[in-house]
Design a protein around this ligand. Structure first.
Ligand SMILES: Cc1cc2nc3c(=O)[nH]c(=O)nc-3n(C[C@H](O)[C@H](O)[C@H](O)COP(=O)(O)O)c2cc1C
Length: 208
């Protein structure tokens, strides 16, 4: 059952990338995670079967190792951007740095996976496969938000996907990991809508 009294539109507009306000001290009940996953199962997929798997990592040593892989993947990206930052970019970088330091302490790492590798496949096939898992991942994040949990969709660890697969026993040749979603209760539950460019800058009616 949702624990926050939010409307559907409020959930959609306030499900933020939560990094600094993840409560690292409060355990997350398995039952609440299963509720979120049952809702995620209602998302669309591009195949007749729901070709998803969700690996939930709570074991401390495994989270430690995943965090090392994540940091290693993040380093290349962050090297270019650290110190970039004023304004919104600076705020995001400071939040990413915080997660970088604390990822192993986040109580649950959720890894949505999809069956069937598409490495090097044409764009249309890639779109169908990634598009079969990301709606479910986002539904999980929305359901989590409405229950007082915070999440952030991350992809840094995928630079070392094979090592993560070995660590977690995921059959790499058949299954792609799509993300790593750190999940925890939030510190406070009040989140605002994010700043976005005016709609007119990205909407095209009938032609570009
Ligand atoms: C496909 C995708 C990959 C992402 N990868 C990462 C990541 O590896 N690390 C990270 O800290 N955030 C990652 N993010 C989160 C974005 O940085 C986040 O959505 C952005 O900061 C906007 O946050 P907001 O919606 O709360 O404004 C990713 C988001 C998406 C959609």
């Amino acid at each position: 059952m949702p624990t926050l009294d939010l409307t559907f539109d409020e959930v959609l507009s306030t499900t933020r990338a939560v990094r600094k306000r993840l409560d690292l001290t409060r355990p997350v009940e398995r039952e609440v995670l299963k509720e979120c996953l049952r809702l995620a199962q209602q998302a669309p997929t591009g195949s007749y079967a729901q070709n998803w798997h969700f690996v939930l990592v709570t074991d401390g040593e495994k989270r430690q190792r995943l965090a090392e892989l994540w940091r290693s993947g993040a380093d290349a990206y962050l090297a270019k951007r650290r110190g970039d930052g004023e304004g919104q970019v600076g705020r995001i970088m400071s939040a990413v740095d915080h997660l970088y330091e604390h990822l192993h302490e986040v109580p649950v790492h959720v890894i949505p996976c999809v069956t069937g590798r598409t490495d090097g496949a044409p764009g249309a096939l890639q779109a169908g496969r990634w598009g079969s898992i990301y709606p479910a991942a986002w539904s999980f994040m929305l359901a989590a938000r409405s229950r007082g949990l915070g999440t952030v969709l991350t992809t840094f660890h995928l630079m070392h996907e094979r090592e993560a697969a070995e660590l977690l026993g995921i059959p790499y040749d058949d299954v792609m990991q799509a993300a790593l979603i750190p999940t925890a209760y939030t510190i406070g539950t009040d989140f605002k809508a994010g700043r976005r460019a005016p709609l007119e800058t990205m909407v095209h009616w009938d032609s570009w």
